[in-house]
Every structure is written in structure tokens, then in C-alpha cells.
Design a protein around this ligand. Structure first.
Ligand SMILES: *Cc1c(COP(=O)(O)O)cnc(C)c1O
Ligand SMILES: [Zn+2]
Length: 407
């Protein structure tokens, strides 16, 4: 395993214990690379499948089960809560809503802290423990904070979270507090909180935003697990919501690694969906992807993706190009309508996750996705993460007067 610059022209290698998150030569983000695997694809698939029957702690994790494509640690060093192992669920009403014959959701909100960030945090906090750090920190729209705080607590490391004041759902703030995080409230938005944090060059503090390449490694495993659940028959499209673009980057890296290892024969198109009020990546990508188009005042009720200057835009651009995917946005009313439909399917998710269904509906409507296509949408967070938009948008026509009232 090596830590390298993610820019192919530079590709500088940095020391294993390098504590920065940008290439010292060109300033681009870092990424982790591996030597080619000495295993045949069918052998690796069998090893991964057999671990599902094991009672070993690291085998029970839906992240560490795939450890041949992760950084290497001694098993007792691994900080895990059996994250991953999330279901693929059929969404009938949601498929109708999108204009598809069939639509499946992979629900990453069924993780220990109820969002996909756990997949990255198990690796990044394990790395923090391996490095002997005493304080980990992140800026967050809420979910990164809760996830980091939980895993840090398990590792006995102090968690310090920077949150945009008044812009984080109460449930998410409560989670971070419950897991014992130190909270720093920032006047401004997520981007201001992240800038505040990254400008402090405190050697004692290890950053765990998705600019940390170890986070990306863990998040990759959502794709590994999905492919295994689909018996290694990739769908035509994988659709995910996009904020800071760590997950889009991770999914692109996962697909490249599986393809290079001969594990999948075809590459699904990655589709990143943003909220219209926070669509920096849409603008960046459609302007050629050479420089970041910042949205200075991002605004959306999908607070988890309310980000104006996504840091991983270069990695994400590569992911979309490599998979010949799409980048688009959807307005809040369509996101909330999609969220309602996912709820009616008995699944439920937080608003940001529903951007996927809103985006698919737009693409099918525009003839860019065929109604018969095999589509998997990634739900990133649990319905209980952010319930405020539900009461304000739920229609009352499903409310019934109770037939029986106890007195
Ligand atoms: C973090 C988050 C996102 C966005 O992921 P990025 O990697 O920042 O693009 C989407 N949905 C939810 C629920 C999240 O917590
Ligand atoms: Zn570089």
C-alpha cells in the first residue's frame, strides 16, 4: 500500500505517516494505491463470500470483509462496529415515480450511526489509532460528525466537530453529543466550517473529512458489497447524491479496482445528483471540469449535501468520466416528493438520499435512461436523521380518523 498524489501527471508518493491531506508537490488530494493482487478474481469472490459465515470480528464487518483491497492492519487494531452489511431493497412505488420498470435501493442508512459515513470512519479511525493520534476533527453538515464521534469513542480518541450553526438537524447534533464529541459551532455554512478547520495546522489533530484518503477506502466497500449482492452482475446505473463528492470519488475508485482485478466485466455508469441550490459539481462538470465553479451561498433542505465548494471535485470528475456517467441536479420540491415516495415504499431516507430518485425521474423523463434499465440508487442516510421536512410536506389525505379510540 502507498499514499500517492491522485493527479496522474504528478503521482508523487508520500510517506506512510504523512499527516497532510494534499500533495506537497502539486496540492491535489492524495489517494491510496495497492500492488496488483496475487489472487484470481474467482478466488477473491469466494474468500469474501465465505467470511459471511465467520464469527471473527473483522469478518463480520461489511467493510473489513473486503480487506484485500483495504489498508492492512493487525485485526486487534481495527475499530469496527460491524458496519456495512446493508440491504438492497426493491422500491415499487419509487420505480413508478421514476418511470422505470424496476428500481432497487441500496440503503447505506442502515449502518451503526444510520448513514454511510461509518464505512469510511471505520478505516479512518483505525488509521488514527494506528498513528497514535489523540484528537480527530472534522467539519460536518451533521452525519460525518456523528459517525466520527462514535468510532472515536470506541477507540478512546477525542472527537472535535465543526458544525455550521443552525444548519444541522437536531437528531444529528444529538448523536454527536451523545457519543461525547466536542462541538465547535461556526457562523456560516459547511464550507466556512471546513476552511476554519483546515487552516489550523495543529500537529496534534488528525482530520477525518473525506479529503482524508483512508475514508475513501472504506466507502469503496459499498460498491464491493453491492456487486456481491447482485451476484457480480453490475447494474447499468448506480445513482448517488453528491455533496463534498467523497462518495462519488470512492465509488469511481471501487469500480476501477474491481474492473482492473477482473471482478466485473462491465462498468456501471455513475450518476451524481445534487440539489439545485448547491450544484457546484453540475456547473463544474458541464463547464469542462478544469476548475471548480463555487456556489457561494448554497441552499437546500437536503442539508447533508448543502455544500458550495466540494473538495473532491477533481477525483469525482475522473469517476464520472471513467464510468461515462452523468451529473445533474434536482430542485428541493422534487427531492421532497421523491423522499415521500421512498417513504411510501416503507423504506424511508433523509432528504439528501432522495435526490437520487428525483434525479432518476428527470433522466428517464428526458430519455437519457431507458425505462427498462437496471438501476440501483444509493440511499445514504436514515429517515430519522432529519425529520423536520416530513411534517411540513406530508399530505393529509393518508391520515385517517382512528376507527377506535380508547378512553
Ligand atoms: C455526506 C452525505 C452525502 C454526501 O456525500 P459526499 O461524499 O459528501 O458527496 C449524501 N447524503 C448523506 C446522507 C450524507 O451524510
Ligand atoms: Zn501531486
Amino acid at each position: 500500500m502507498q499514499i500517492r498524489c491522485s493527479n496522474e501527471q504528478c503521482h508523487a508518493a508520500v510517506d506512510r505517516m504523512f499527516s497532510g491531506y494534499e500533495c506537497p508537490l502539486c496540492g491535489d488530494l492524495l489517494e491510496i494505491s495497492y500492488e496488483p493482487l496475487g489472487l484470481l478474481p474467482e478466488e477473491l469472490k469466494r474468500v469474501w463470500l465465505e467470511r459471511r459465515l465467520s464469527n471473527e470480528r473483522v469478518d463480520r464487518s461489511g467493510v473489513w470483509r473486503f480487506r484485500e483491497l483495504l489498508p492492512d492492519y493487525a485485526p486487534y487494531d481495527v475499530v469496527t462496529m460491524q458496519e456495512g452489511n446493508t440491504p438492497v431493497l426493491e422500491g415499487r412505488l419509487s420505480a413508478d415515480h421514476a418511470g422505470l420498470a424496476r428500481l432497487r435501493f441500496k440503503h447505506l442508512g442502515w449502518n451503526p450511526t444510520a448513514c454511510f459515513k461509518d464505512l469510511g470512519m471505520t478505516v479512518a479511525v483505525t488509521e488514527a489509532k494506528h498513528r497514535g493520534v489523540r484528537i480527530v476533527a472534522c467539519a460536518s453538515t451533521g452525519n460525518t460528525a456523528g459517525s466520527m464521534a462514535a468510532f472515536a469513542a470506541r477507540a478512546g480518541i477525542t472527537a472535535r466537530v465543526y458544525l455550521p450553526k443552525g444548519k444541522v438537524s437536531r437528531a444529528k447534533l444529538a448523536q454527536a453529543l451523545d457519543y461525547g464529541a466536542e462541538i465547535v459551532e461556526i457562523d456560516g455554512n459547511f464550507d466556512d466550517a471546513l476552511s476554519t478547520l483546515t487552516q489550523q495546522r495543529d500537529e496534534e489533530v488528525y482530520f477525518l473529512n473525506s479529503i482524508n484518503p483512508f475514508r475513501i477506502e472504506g466507502q469503496k466497500t459499498a460498491v464491493f458489497e453491492l456487486m456481491e449482492q447482485l451476484s457480480w452482475n453490475p447494474p447499468d446505473y448506480i445513482v448517488l447524491p453528491a455533496g463534498n463528492l467523497g462518495n462519488t470519488s470512492a465509488f469511481g475508485k471501487a469500480l476501477r479496482e474491481l474492473f482492473d482485478a477482473g471482478m466485473i466485466a462491465k462498468i456501471p455508469h455513475l450518476v451524481s445528483v445534487q440539489a439545485s441550490g448547491a450544484n457546484a459539481f453540475v456547473r463544474t462538470f458541464h463547464e469542462g471540469g478544469e476548475s471548480l465553479h463555487v456556489v457561494s451561498q448554497p441552499s437546500t433542505r437536503a442539508t447533508a449535501i448543502c455544500i458550495g465548494a466540494p473538495r473532491s471535485w477533481r477525483k469525482a470528475t475522473k469517476a464520472i468520466r471513467f464510468t461515462q456517467g452523468f451529473v445533474l441536479d434536482a430542485p428541493d420540491d422534487e427531492i421532497l416528493a421523491a423522499k415521500r415516495m421512498i417513504g411510501r415504499d416503507g423504506i424511508g431516507c433523509e432528504p439528501a438520499s432522495a435526490a437520487t430518485l428525483a434525479g432518476i425521474r428527470r433522466l428517464v423523463g428526458a430519455g437519457r435512461i431507458h425505462p427498462g434499465a437496471n438501476v440501483v440508487a444509493i440511499l445514504t442516510g436514515h429517515v430519522l436523521k432529519d425529520t423536520d421536512p416530513i411534517a411540513s410536506t406530508a399530505s393529509t389525505d393518508h391520515t385517517r380518523t382512528p376507527a377506535y379510540t380508547a378512553n
